[in-house]
Design a protein around this ligand. Structure first.
Ligand SMILES: Nc1ncnc2c1ncn2[C@@H]1O[C@H](COP(=O)(O)OP(=O)(O)O)[C@@H](O)[C@H]1O
Ligand SMILES: O=C(OP(=O)(O)O)[C@H](O)COP(=O)(O)O
Length: 483
């Protein structure tokens, strides 16, 4: 399992080259390869910005240099998935495109969007389709409804979508059926129709073929940009691809794969991974997989106490998984055997109870008193971790260093977030692998600085574990690179 990501069947290789073709490529590794080419073999035009890095690199180059790039990239990634950038304007003009996005955003009690990150992340793909005169049929789930549930309607998303896209978005009351078909038929080129929550049908999560066929019948081609749901084999993420060709990746999905597979599989070194969060059991796969690739592994969060106990230290009333002590020992041995520098915190902030107003003190890792629980890493550990990260070129972070929801125990997590901001500004590739780490960098206000922040918690975890995502696997394979 550990090396699965490196040899994954979906990845970031450029999909086709020809002497006269302008090929859109989005891949940090590819950018590095191309930037290493000497002029006159390099003529590059960039679109996008570091702050909104849907990298779009248009390479118009000498065929010989493209062949050498292709060869080198193929050495890293075996098979690529076809992406929206591979479709020409003629492929899109006037076509009905079924776009599966993950617009599963948090709403408050008044149905106001409290974080629109996922909507903003879906915009580049939709705008590209609008700009090329396609008719966009936009689909998503929201929450986990059991049947039709007004609270989970996608209606509250319409104003924000209109605002971000700069066009009128028509909202359907269903996602299949005659009324939807009529709305699709009246959609102008460049128009956007938002279907109702696809999970209002139980057939969606069952990946029911008949339901998938009904969704597919609405459109001419399929774009999957729902990275956050790509680990689900549902009708709108997987089943539909059997009935709609071409089925390609959107810009967001492509970018997530570029970073979480591409940059992690062939990182600029030294490559450091920071793994935290609550339990070892939820991160075993990630740690094992990253041990195959990284040079430095920094561990924090609740999981460290299982490692300490495995080494014979007292952990007081800290979170421990007693059934994972052998595993912790195995992971420590594996790191040693692989020459990975695995660092555990040397000091801990302990609390007398699990509460925001708990009494706290800093103790060495070997001196956790009975009745006290470790809720954050201490200042010495922050210093050691910061120094270890100083010379890195790529850093991936998954899981907070402590109970960052309580301000008193958020110091370690915030220090790591700030260190990553500093490194990012120096050109280090910084990847935040979804989940609570995203909340942490947002809380600290350093999200903008990061190279990539994943929009999928579960999906990014599965990718980092080296698992293949059904929503990605189902997409068309890219045309092999002619060399
Ligand atoms: N020392 C600790 N003791 C108990 N819980 C912790 C500790 N450190 C971190 N946590 C908790 O871990 C949770 C996040 O864990 P996890 O879901 O594994 O991370 P992520 O969502 O980033 O993948 C947070 O709610 C945080 O409070
Ligand atoms: O929010 C999501 O996942 P995440 O909480 O793991 O990031 C996705 O929209 C997937 O939702 P699901 O876990 O209900 O399939």
């Amino acid at each position: 399992m550990a090396s699965a990501a490196a040899s994954s069947s979906y990845s970031f290789a450029p999909t086709r080259f020809s002497c006269s073709t302008s090929t859109a490529i989005r891949s940090p590794s590819f950018l590095r390869l191309v930037s290493n080419l000497r002029p006159p073999f390099r003529r590059l035009g960039f679109a996008g910005s570091a702050a909104d890095p849907i990298f779009s690199l248009h390479v118009m180059s000498n065929i010989q240099s493209l062949k050498s790039c292709a060869k080198a990239v193929r050495g890293v990634a075996s098979m690529a998935k076809r992406s929206i950038g591979d479709l020409t304007a003629a492929d899109l003009k006037g076509k009905k495109v079924f776009v599966r996005a993950d617009l599963n955003v948090p709403l408050d009690d008044n149905q106001n969007i409290t974080d629109d990150t996922r909507i903003r992340a879906a915009v580049p793909t939709i705008k590209h389709l609008i700009g090329n005169g396609a008719k966009v049929i936009l689909s998503s789930h929201l929450g986990r409804p059991k049947g039709v549930t007004p609270k989970y309607s996608l209606a509250p998303l319409v104003p924000r979508l209109c605002e971000l896209l700069g066009v009128q978005v028509v909202k359907a009351d269903d996602c299949i059926g005659p009324d939807v078909e009529k709305l699709v038929a009246s959609l102008p080129d460049g128009g956007v129709l938002l279907l109702e929550n696809v999970r209002f049908y139980k057939e969606e999560e069952k990946n029911d073929p008949e339901f998938a066929k009904k969704l597919a019948s609405l459109a001419d081609l399929y774009v999957n940009d729902a990275f956050g749901t790509a680990h689900r084999a549902h009708a709108s993420t997987e089943g539909v691809t059997k009935y709609l060709k071409p089925s390609v990746a959107g810009f967001l999905l492509q970018k997530e794969l570029d970073y979480l597979v591409g940059a992690v599989s062939s990182p600029k070194r030294p490559f450091a991974a920071i793994v935290g969060g609550s339990k070892v059991s939820s991160k075993i796969g990630v740690i094992e997989s990253l041990l195959e690739k990284c040079d430095i592994l920094l561990l924090g969060g609740g999981m460290i106490f299982t490692f300490y106990k495995a080494q014979g230290l007292s952990v007081g009333s800290s979170l421990v998984e007693d059934d994972k002590l052998d595993l912790a020992t195995t992971l420590l041995k594996k790191a040693k055997a692989k020459g990975v520098s695995l660092l555990l915190p040397t000091d801990i902030v302990v609390a007398d109870k699990f509460a925001a107003d708990a009494n706290s003190k800093i103790v060495p890792a070997s001196g956790i008193p009975d009745g006290w629980m470790g809720l954050d890493i201490g200042p010495d550990s922050i210093k050691t971790f910061s120094e270890a990260l100083e010379t890195t070129k790529t850093v991936i972070w998954n899981g907070p260093m402590g109970v960052f929801e309580f301000d008193k125990f958020a110091v370690g997590t915030e220090a790591v977030a700030k260190k990553l901001e500093e490194l990012s500004k120096k050109g280090v590739t910084t990847i935040i692998g979804g989940g609570d780490s995203v909340a942490a960098v947002e809380k600290v206000g350093v999200a903008e600085a990061m190279s990539h922040i994943s929009t999928g918690g579960g999906a990014s975890l599965e990718l980092l574990e080296g698992k293949e995502l059904p929503g990605v696997l189902a997409l068309d394979e890219a045309t092999p690179v002619p060399v």
